[in-house]
Write a protein that binds this ligand. Structure first.
Ligand code: MN
Length: 239
C-alpha cells in the first residue's frame, strides 16, 4: 500500500496547472505530472479535465504502465503514456509537462530547428529532437500518444534531452522539479516566439552548447523567483 503523497506536492501541482494556463502554455488541453514522493513507480496528475479548473481533489495516481488508481474510478488523460513512459526511463525526471503551446508548433513541422536564442532557454541544449509519430502509428493516426508503444517511442526520441517536439501536435518538457519544468515550459514557448521573430530579421547567432549549459545551470539557482511571481499572478484561479 502506497503512502499518500505529500499535500505540499499536490498543492504545487495544482498551482502549476493554473500558472501554465495563466501564462499561455496550456489552454483547455495539456497536462503536468509529478512523480509520487513516496513511490517512484507512480506519478500524480489531474483527472481528465481542463487544467485551469484543477483543484487538489482532482489529482489522481497513475503507475508506470498508465494504470490509474482512484477510489472513485475517475479517469485521467488519454495521453498519460507520455508521462508513464518517460518516468520509466528517466529516473532523475520528477515532473513532466505536455502542451500544445502555439509558438512551438512551427518548429515541429518545418526544417527550422528550435535552438536556444537567449540565456533563459539554455536548457534547450544544442538542438531539440522532433518526434515523428508516423514511424510508430502509421499514416492515419489521430496524432495522440494514446498507448504504451507510442509513449515509449516518444521517450526514445526525447532521449536525454529536456524538451522534445511532437510534429503537428505540441511538445513535452521534463525537469527535476515542478518549479523547474514550469520554468522550462514557459521559456520553451518564449524561445520559439523570439526565434520566429529573429528568423524574419536575419541569420541568428544562437547560444553555443557551452553557453547553453552554463546559462541553464545559472537559471536553476533562481527558479523560485519567477515561480513566486507566476504563482501570485495565477492566484485568482484558485479562489
Ligand atoms: Mn496533446
Amino acid at each position: 500500500m502506497t503512502q499518500a503523497a505529500s499535500p505540499a506536492l499536490i498543492d504545487d501541482l495544482v498551482i502549476a496547472n493554473h500558472i501554465l494556463v495563466n501564462e499561455g502554455v496550456l489552454d483547455g488541453f495539456g497536462h503536468i505530472s509529478v512523480r509520487h514522493d513516496k513511490n517512484p513507480e507512480r506519478f500524480l496528475i489531474a483527472r481528465s479535465m481542463a487544467p485551469g479548473l484543477v483543484s487538489a481533489d482532482d489529482i489522481v495516481e497513475c503507475d508506470l504502465d498508465g494504470q490509474v488508481f482512484d477510489e472513485r474510478g475517475r479517469k485521467t488523460y488519454v495521453e498519460r503514456f507520455i508521462h508513464s513512459e518517460i518516468f520509466r526511463v528517466r529516473p532523475e525526471v520528477m515532473s513532466i509537462i505536455h502542451s500544445h503551446s502555439p509558438a512551438v508548433i512551427p518548429f515541429g513541422v518545418t526544417g527550422a530547428r528550435l535552438r536556444p536564442i537567449c540565456h533563459m532557454s539554455g536548457f534547450l541544449g544544442a538542438q531539440v529532437p522532433v518526434f515523428e509519430i508516423r514511424h510508430t502509428a502509421g499514416e492515419s493516426s489521430d496524432m495522440l500518444i494514446r498507448n504504451q508503444a507510442l509513449g515509449k517511442a516518444l521517450a526514445d526520441s526525447l532521449g536525454g534531452s529536456n524538451v522534445a517536439l511532437l510534429r503537428g501536435h505540441g511538445n513535452v518538457v521534463v525537469g527535476t522539479s515542478i518549479q523547474q519544468v514550469v520554468f522550462r515550459a514557459y521559456y520553451t514557448e518564449s524561445n520559439a516566439r523570439l526565434q520566429s521573430q529573429a528568423m524574419a530579421l536575419g541569420e541568428i547567432e544562437f547560444l553555443s552548447p557551452g553557453e547553453a549549459e552554463a546559462a541553464a545551470q545559472m537559471n536553476d539557482v533562481h527558479l523560485d523567483r519567477p515561480w513566486q511571481v507566476w504563482k501570485r499572478r495565477a492566484r485568482h484561479m484558485s479562489e
